[in-house]
Write a protein that binds this ligand. Structure first.
Ligand code: NDP
Ligand code: 8X3
Length: 253
């Protein structure tokens, strides 16, 4: 059933973003899908059209570029700017290293993507929500926002920033009835660790051995749940982990 509602999901080419796209499509949303890999966005558009008859717009841009993000979003037709849900999901970790040995290019990439990218997208979309006095922003944080682990320094800091920005957005947007939810997942088997370990599949696989990690669909279910509550109810901050994980540090294997 079509709802006439629109969700914008960043990082829809893989993992949580792709799973959220499928979940929201199943719930009758129209979707704005973003990411850098345009061929994946096109394939997802086709799949969602076939499976659910979903109307979609794909925007290919790098969230690190303020200009690219703004230009792409401003290209949306007026009717598509009526965004009901923004899922700020695009993000990544690069490597694990002590603070004295960290690669400063990796630091830039994580900070520019996870923090500045989220800000650029939000800065464009929020005024559209504000005008309509309605909307819901879901920021994907991490258990890494809540518990710092060894060699996670900069990635953990970017997710702590997402946590703080979610709190700040919530306060600033109270007068406009815009909900802000931070969803903080624990270890989930997506492309996240392949990206973190720069294509080293064996190292990535090790992260998820000995316990059952979250699946992308589990996180999409939680994001959908947060977005399916009545207008007067907002989940502000939600941590979701595999049952075998207590926080970013303790996992029972
Ligand atoms: P994936 O690697 O599977 O997906 C990451 C998505 O982010 C891709 O669609 C990718 O698209 C997009 N992305 C990355 N960099 C950019 C960029 N510069 N510009 C635009 N899009 C970008 O990882 P997950 O789905 O696991 O991660 C999604 C979010 O969840 C991230 O913010 C991550 O930090 C967070 N997270 C992940 C956890 C996990 O264990 N998997 C746990 C907790 C939080 P493309 O490459 O096409 O641009
Ligand atoms: C992703 C989960 O534990 O690798 O945010 O930081 S973790």
């Amino acid at each position: 059933m079509k709802t006439g509602k629109i969700a914008l999901i960043t990082g829809a080419t893989a993992g949580f973003g792709e799973a959220c796209a499928e979940r929201f499509a199943r719930e009758g949303y129209q979707l704005i899908l973003t990411g850098r890999r345009s061929e994946r966005l096109t394939a997802l558009q086709e799949k969602l059209k076939q499976d659910f008859g979903t109307a979609t717009i794909a925007l290919t841009f790098d969230v690190r570029s303020k200009e690219a993000a703004t230009t792409a979003l401003d290209s949306l037709p007026e009717a598509w700017r009526q965004i009901d849900v923004l899922v700020n999901n695009a993000g990544l970790a690069l490597d694990l290293s002590t603070i004295d040995e960290g690669n400063t290019d990796d630091w830039d990439t994580m900070i520019d993507t996870n923090v500045k990218g989220l800000l650029y997208v939000s800065r464009t979309v929020i005024p559209w929500m504000k005008e309509r006095k309605s909307g819901h922003i879901v920021n994907i944080g991490s258990t890494a926002a809540k518990t710092v682990y060894a060699k996670g320094n900069v990635y953990c800091a970017t997710k702590a920033a997402v946590d703080a920005l979610s709190q700040g957005m919530r306060i600033d947007l109270l007068p406009y009835g815009i909900k802000v939810t931070a969803v903080h997942p624990g270890a989930a088997d997506t492309e996240f660790s392949i990206v973190r370990f720069k294509g080293d599949a064996a190292k990535a696989k090790d992260v998820y051995t000995g316990f059952q990690p979250l699946k992308a669909e589990d996180v999409a279910d939680v994001v959908w749940y947060c977005c399916s509550l009545p207008p007067h109810v907002c989940i502000n901050d939600l941590v979701v982990t595999a049952t075998a994980q207590a926080n970013a540090y303790y996992t029972f294997r």
